[in-house]
Write a protein that binds this ligand. Structure first.
Ligand code: NI
Length: 257
């Protein structure tokens, strides 16, 4: 069995000291044979690309997240566009709206999101969406600014309306440790997503699944997310590993091995 962690941040400070050892262990001992390292500002997007250059099994995304809006400038958007032309860059992201952390600059967040959708469309890439407390505006923007290659709702909020709308627009739905949390009410949301549209991720170093909450997350724990999907959907862990691997290859347009 092999797993594809479709969203992790090995470009985060919390991996600075042991990044190399962890990545090697994941690949050699934990059956994590593909990982997408996700950017969220200029500096971390550059680092994601550098790490993807160093490791065959790592892929990168580049983008400015709504929580890094201080990086929003014409010059930086040009830099994102030029980084995104690298052969290991598989999506623009994470981009989107976060009205939980930032209520004061909604208009600027929407503008940043739309400008990066346009970059994705110019470069024929999918997008990785971060959306928090902003479902209605997120869906409205995606309807008004269609993304040619669709993309992924990352760490998808367990909001059935959002999932239905996202699926209708052709997007993939990615679940993280959030579906393992007690009181998460994850059954219905997971069942809503057809097998050909589901992805699994860790969002490492964040969102560590049960029973390890509170510790630093890493991609080996994507297996706990897969296990929860397998329990809810009533299919084998092997099948979850296979379909989520194929789905990640398809959305990121990475060749099958
Ligand atoms: Ni993330």
């Amino acid at each position: 069995m092999e797993f594809f962690d479709s969203h992790a941040h090995y470009n985060d400070e919390r991996f600075e000291e042991d990044r190399e050892a962890i990545l090697n262990k994941l690949y050699n001992e934990e059956q994590i044979t593909r990982i997408t390292c996700v950017g969220y500002n200029i500096e971390k997007s550059k680092l994601a690309v550098k790490l993807a250059e160093e490791k065959d099994f790592l892929f990168a995304t580049v983008g400015i997240s709504p929580n890094d809006i201080e990086d929003f400038s014409e010059e930086n958007l040009k830099e994102i566009e030029s980084l995104a032309k690298h052969e290991k860059v598989v999506a623009i992201g994470e981009i989107g709206l976060d009205y939980y952390w930032n209520k004061e600059n909604k208009e600027a967040q929407r503008k940043l999101f739309i400008e990066q959708i346009e970059i994705a469309n110019r470069l024929d890439l999918p997008i990785v969406i971060h959306t928090r407390d902003a479902s209605v505006d997120t869906i409205q923007i995606l309807k008004e600014h269609p993304v040619k290659n669709t993309g992924i709702f990352h760490c998808c909020p367990l909001n059935q309306e959002l999932i239905k709308n996202g699926l209708e627009l052709g997007f993939y739905i990615s679940f993280s440790g959030n579906i393992t949390f007690k009181n998460a009410k994850s059954e219905e949301p997971v069942r809503l997503v057809p097998n050909e549209k589901i992805l699994i991720e860790t969002d490492s170093p964040y969102l560590t699944p049960e029973p390890f909450r509170g510790t630093r997350n890493d991609s080996s724990k994507v297996k706990l997310v897969a296990k929860r999907v397998s329990d809810i959907k009533g299919i084998s862990l092997e099948e979850v590993s296979k379909i989520t691997y194929q789905n990640a290859n398809r959305v990121f347009k990475i060749k099958e091995k």
